[in-house]
Design a protein. Structure first.
Length: 182
């Protein structure tokens, strides 16, 4: 009986190649799941590249293509009535003033994120639109300026009171893409 127990203990302590592979695959699946479904980049603001799929979505979308192809930069924002992503009132007021400014209209097109009545669209076109919107919101965070010529965007994760006072001057600086903003 003692011999059997010693042999069993040795077998229980050894980890074979199958177990090692299973552990590695499990860790990879956990990391992949975390970054694709749970992780949210909370970098306050900065420049990012527009992925090719997002660029083609914006070019082909009935909702964004006119503004995206206009030759101007595109400002994408949430509307006031979008309850889940409301900006501070002062930021929305500053954005409204900027959207009415003639100098800003020469540089920018302004377009609110697309809103849906429900999250599920059953046809293939609807699914493409839904995937495109999710990709846009993931890259844009809560507010962004897209430069179609450079295929880059400048994002704000959470526009705040501080951003209100610098909104117009930052948009003016973005005419010279790549500058450090206030």
């Amino acid at each position: 009986m003692v011999k059997y127990a010693q042999r069993y203990d040795k077998q229980a302590l050894t980890v074979g190649i199958k177990e090692k592979i299973a552990i590695v695959v499990g860790v990879v699946i956990l990391i992949f799941s975390y970054f694709n479904f749970i992780y949210e980049d909370k970098t306050p603001y900065g420049y990012a590249e527009v992925p090719k799929k997002l660029d083609s979505y914006l070019r082909e979308s009935d909702y964004y293509s006119k503004e995206y192809k206009s030759g101007k930069m595109l400002v994408v924002y949430y509307e006031d009535r979008d309850e889940s992503y409301k900006y501070e009132k002062s930021f929305m007021d500053a954005l409204t003033v900027v959207m009415q400014d003639e100098a800003m209209k020469e540089l920018y097109e302004f377009r609110a994120f697309r809103r849906f009545r429900n999250n599920m669209m059953m046809d293939d076109d609807g699914q493409k639109v839904l995937k495109g919107e999710k990709m846009l919101k993931k890259n844009c965070r809560k507010f962004c300026v897209i430069n179609p010529k450079k295929k880059e965007l400048y994002f704000y994760f959470e526009p705040s009171q501080r951003d209100t006072q610098y909104l117009k001057s930052n948009l003016e600086k973005l005419e010279f893409w790549g500058m450090n903003l206030d």
